[in-house]
Design a protein. Structure first.
Length: 68
């Protein structure tokens, strides 16, 4: 079955901060650092950037799994 738009949730940086408990500055540093593996946002207009929140949650889960 194909994924529909309703299967995805998108959010702005405030929602990403809430999910990760990271500051906006830290999130942007992680986005710029390709080695971090942090999900990249996408623009929907010149002044609006969104993240796929499923990707953000998956990144948090990956961090959780890699703990020692």
């Amino acid at each position: 079955m194909k994924n529909s738009i309703s299967d995805h949730k998108y959010g702005k940086i405030r929602e990403v901060c809430r999910i990760t408990n990271l500051s906006q500055a830290t999130i942007w540093r992680k986005v710029k650092n390709s080695e971090s593996g942090f999900p990249k946002p996408f623009k929907i207009s010149s002044n609006s950037t969104l993240w796929d929140l499923n990707e953000v949650i998956a990144w948090v889960e990956l961090c959780k799994q890699s703990r020692g």
